[in-house]
Every structure is written in structure tokens, then in C-alpha cells.
Ligand binder design. Structure first.
Ligand code: NAD
Length: 484
């Protein structure tokens, strides 16, 4: 296979929080894979910066262990790993004090891209941004990468935006939503805007409804305290599901440029109608034998936080009038599956005698597992016996379709980090998008918090509360099966 990987410019990437969970699980193993793929030029450096006292050798050992645990099949490349580790440095730093900052300043080089990954709690973003300037470490070409959660409501998101804007302009700020880094999500845009087939049908004349599902089998894990203050709406809908909805609903941008794409997404968020309370179902997973309930997991017996949410959303514009978007996401569901399904309208009239079945085209975009796209089409059932129609998927699982020509799977994080180095913001959320998203979710959240809305209990390993099924049934529709 001829590699199509194009190396990025030489860089120094500082990871604040470089010893943390996210750095060890995602950022560092992802960078290792990019290194092996030849995308990270020799001479580029990754500088871990965190509170723990250690030297370069100690950091290399920590990263080597992280790669062994989370590195995937590539971790077996011992020579590659040794070369990669040589590109690592470490500085012990105090984000809220002065310790370590002069050391970091002394390490930075001129003439290479400087990027700073804020993989720390958002409460430290302001301290980091300020010190990067005070110590002359960041310049006008430097980039900063910030992690979710980006605020917990409109006011806090605005405050965070203002804090960053005091030291960096919008063109330097990369707000990560790793859903946008998924191969299929980018493919969704390629399919929509690179084919003549879909765009003419992409509207309420032909699309009956759209379903967006992000189902997880895991519970809150060790994040109970955080999750209890967040819930599915803040943790998943306000960012990931909203971004997916935008990519489906947006108008074609004039070019595939960062601001052109983000302008169109912003228009969608602004066109979202307020959701009526009977179009929202909130759920909480119940105990199952010895397996604890959500309330036990978050150690709050009176928690009203939702671990599941389903909602019917209307986009108020010409393209989508009368085509609802149904969103749902939850923990401890029966399968780990994320997909977007564009369900087209029924055929108006069938010319085939005796054909009483409902034939529908469905374009399903799978984010996980098995990233790919399939299009359900109606064909004649093979064999004799007359014209019997069946619905089959035209499967476009990338690994199958591209065979040996497929690039090895890349994780969303590594792809997005390479975009940061390239200076491409297309797949990152702009400040005004984030604020518009909170402006839409705030009244909903405030509403149920004010009235102490009690989430419906659902069985672990199920598809969520019964009411979520009813949300669809009332409209004569049904959720697609959540498969593992
Ligand atoms: P973590 O608690 O595992 O690590 C925090 C890191 O910050 C450590 O390296 C620690 O040394 C450093 N740190 C803390 N206080 C510091 C200080 N005063 N000065 C310098 N360094 C300091 O956290 P994490 O799970 O890696 O998460 C980091 C960020 O990424 C958080 O904002 C989190 O919400 C976000 N995030 C994490 C995940 C995940 O899967 N872990 C997923 C999405 C978003």
C-alpha cells in the first residue's frame, strides 16, 4: 500500500495535564500512532507538563506504559517506540503558581509550530492562558486546544470564552469535540456534498425523520461526582449530538473551509425550536441484582440527574419544516452503538401487485462499532416465484470497501491533533457555536431542575425507558434497534 499520509510541519506540542487519564489513554498513544505513520516530522517534540515532579526519563517510562496499555497493535513496534520516546520532554509545572514556567519557556524553540493542549480541568484554563503570555511562551501563531466540558451553561461558557479571548484570538483556539474527528462523521460530509444522489433528496419533501443514537453499555465509571452534576444533556447532547445534528441539517457551505462550515452549523443551532417538555424523556438506570443503580454509582440517593435522554427536535427552516430529528443517548444500554439514520419517506405508490410492505430507503451512518455507511434499498428477492420485494443494505463498511488501500484506523484524537498542527479549524467548535448550543439547552435544563423533574427508571441493558419508545410510537415511528 502506498501511504497517503502527508507529514505536518515540525512542532512543539505541550500537553498540560500530560500525566492525566486523557493524555495516557488517548493523546499520547494517538501521537505515537501518528509518529509511526510518518506524519510527525523528526525533530518535533511533545512536552508533558503537569504537577507531578519527574524528569524526562520518568515521563518516557510513564508514556511507554501508557502505549503498552492503550497503544493498540502498533505498540509492538519497539524501534518505533524508542524513537518516539526520544521526542518526549517533561516539565513539572504549577498552573496556578510560578513553578516550572521559566523551565518551559527555556525549552520552547522558534521556527516550529507551537501548540498547547489544555488537558486539565477547565478551572485552570485561565491560569494557563495567562501564564503562557506572562512568560512569553505563546506567540500570535501559537494554538491552544481545549477539552470538554466547555462550560455547564451559557454563562459559564461565555466566561470561559472571555477568559481565553483575553489572551488568544478565535483563530488560535481549538475546542475539541472528538465526535467531529471520527472518520464517518467527515464521510457524512463527503457523501452529502460529493455525490449528486443525496442532496436533492435531503429535505422534508423526501426525508420522513432523522434518528441520532449514541448508546453506551458502560455506566458513569469513576466519574460519578462529575456526572451527577452534568447528566446526559450536558455531557452528550449539548456537544456531540448537537454537532451531529448540525452536520446533517446544515446547508451546503460554499467551500469546505473552517468558517464556512461553522457558519452553516451555527445557523442550524439558531434555528432549533424550543423543545416542549412532552417531547423529552429523561431516564436513570435502575439497580439490577447486585449491579448498582445510577444513584448508587454517583453516591447520591436523591439524584435527579439523567443517564438517558430522548427528545424530538424541530429545526425551524424551509429545508426541515415537518421533518423531526429524534435524539437519544444513554448509559448502560443494551448495545454500544452510535449511528445517524436518515429515514426517507415511504414510496407514494407501489406498482407491484400484492406488495403491501412498507419499503423505505434508510441511509445509516455508523459511528461505532464498524464505522461505515449503509443505504437500505428495495430489490427483488432473488429466485423464481414472481416479483417479491425485499429491503437490503448496500453496505459501505470502509474496511471492506477499501480493502488493502484503507489507511489503518486512526482515532479521532490523533486526527484532530494533526489538524491543530496544520492550522485547520474546520472540525473544531467555534465559540459562538458553543454559546448558541448552551442558549438552546439552558431553558430545558433550568426547567427540569426548577421543578425537580424525576427521571424515569430503566432497566440496565435495555433500550431506555418505555416512554422513549412512546415518544416515537405517538408519531407512528419507531427507534431502530440498538445493536451491540
Ligand atoms: P486527570 O485528573 O486524570 O489529570 C489531570 C492532569 O492535570 C494531571 O496531569 C495533573 O497533574 C494536571 N494538573 C492538575 N492540577 C494542576 C496544576 N495546578 N498545575 C499543573 N497541572 C495540574 O484528568 P483527565 O481525565 O486527564 O482530564 C483532563 C481534562 O480533559 C478535563 O478537563 C476533562 O474534563 C477532559 N476530558 C477528559 C476525558 C477522559 O476521558 N479522561 C474525556 C473528555 C474530556
Amino acid at each position: 500500500m502506498v501511504s497517503r499520509v502527508i507529514p505536518v510541519d515540525e512542532f512543539d506540542l505541550v500537553i498540560f495535564g500530560g500525566t492525566g487519564d486523557l493524555a495516557r489513554r488517548k493523546i499520547l498513544p494517538g501521537l505515537f500512532r501518528r509518529y509511526l505513520a510518518g506524519q510527525m516530522p523528526r525533530g518535533s517534540r511533545i512536552i508533558g507538563a503537569a504537577r507531578t515532579e519527574m524528569d524526562d526519563a520518568g515521563y518516557r517510562e510513564m508514556v511507554s506504559e501508557a502505549v503498552a496499555e492503550f497503544g493498540g497493535p502498533e505498540k509492538a513496534d519497539a524501534t518505533g517506540l524508542a524513537d518516539f520516546l526520544a521526542a518526549l520532554r517533561y516539565v513539572a509545572i504549577d498552573a496556578t503558581g510560578d513553578g516550572g514556567w521559566s523551565d518551559l519557556a527555556a525549552l520552547m524553540r522558534d521556527g516550529v509550530v507551537r501548540a498547547f493542549y489544555f488537558s486539565v480541568a477547565p478551572s485552570l484554563f485561565g491560569d494557563l492562558a495567562e501564564r503562557l503570555h506572562t512568560y512569553g511562551i505563546a506567540d500570535r501563531n501559537s494554538r491552544i486546544v481545549v477539552e470538554k466540558p466547555f462550560g455547564r451553561d451559557l454563562a459559564s461558557a461565555k466566561a470561559l470564552n472571555d477568559t481565553l479571548a483575553a489572551h488568544f484570538n478565535e483563530g488560535q483556539i481549538y475546542r475539541i469535540d472528538h465526535y467531529l474527528g471520527k472518520e464517518t462523521v467527515q464521510n457524512l460530509m463527503a457523501v452529502r456534498f460529493g455525490n449528486v444522489l443525496f442532496e436533492p433528496l435531503w429535505n422534508s419533501h423526501y426525508v420522513d425523520h432523522i434518528q441520532i443514537t449514541v448508546a453506551e453499555t458502560v455506566g458513569v465509571g469513576g466519574r460519578g461526582a462529575y456526572y451527577d452534576k452534568s447528566g446526559a444533556m450536558r455531557d452528550m447532547v449539548q456537544n456531540h449530538l448537537m454537532q451531529l445534528l448540525c452536520l446533517i441539517a446544515m446547508e451546503p457551505p460554499s467551500v469546505f473551509g473552517a468558517d464556512e462550515v461553522r457558519d452553516e452549523k451555527l445557523k442550524v443551532i439558531r434555528a432549533l425550536q424550543p423543545v416542549e417538555s412532552h417531547h423529552i424523556v429523561r431516564g436513570q438506570y435502575d439497580a439490577n441484582g447486585d449491579t448498582p443503580s445510577f444513584r448508587a454509582d454517583v453516591e447520591n440517593p436523591r439524584s435527579f440527574t439523567e443517564s438517558f435522554i430522548a427528545m424530538k427536535v424541530n429545526v425551524s427552516n424551509w429545508r426541515w419544516a415537518d421533518t423531526p430529528f429524534y435524539l437519544r443517548t444513554g448509559k448502560k444500554m443494551k448495545g454500544r452503538a452510535s449511528e445517524i439514520a436518515v429515514v426517507f419517506k415511504d414510496l407514494g405508490h407501489s406498482i407491484f401487485e400484492g406488495d403491501t410492505a412498507r419499503h423505505r430507503n434508510i441511509l445509516a451512518i455508523r459511528l461505532q462499532p464498524n464505522e461505515g455507511i449503509d443505504l437500505q434499498v428495495t430489490i427483488k428477492e432473488p429466485g423464481p416465484g414472481g416479483m417479491r420485494l425485499i429491503d437490503v443494505p448496500l453496505d459501505m463498511t470502509f474496511a471492506d470497501a477499501l480493502g488493502d488501500d484503507a489507511e489503518p484506523a486512526t482515532d479521532a484524537y490523533e486526527r484532530l491533533i494533526m489538524d491543530v498542527i496544520r492550522g485547520n479549524q474546520t472540525l473544531f467548535m467555534r465559540g459562538d457555536e458553543v454559546e448558541a448550543a448552551w442558549a438552546w439547552t439552558d431553558p430545558l435544563i433550568n426547567g427540569w431542575e426548577a421543578r425537580n423533574d424525576v427521571p424515569k427508571l430503566y432497566d440496565q441493558g435495555s433500550a431506555g425507558p418505555e416512554d422513549a419508545m412512546m415518544l416515537m410510537h405517538r408519531d407512528g415511528r419507531r427507534w431502530r434497534d440498538v445493536k451491540a
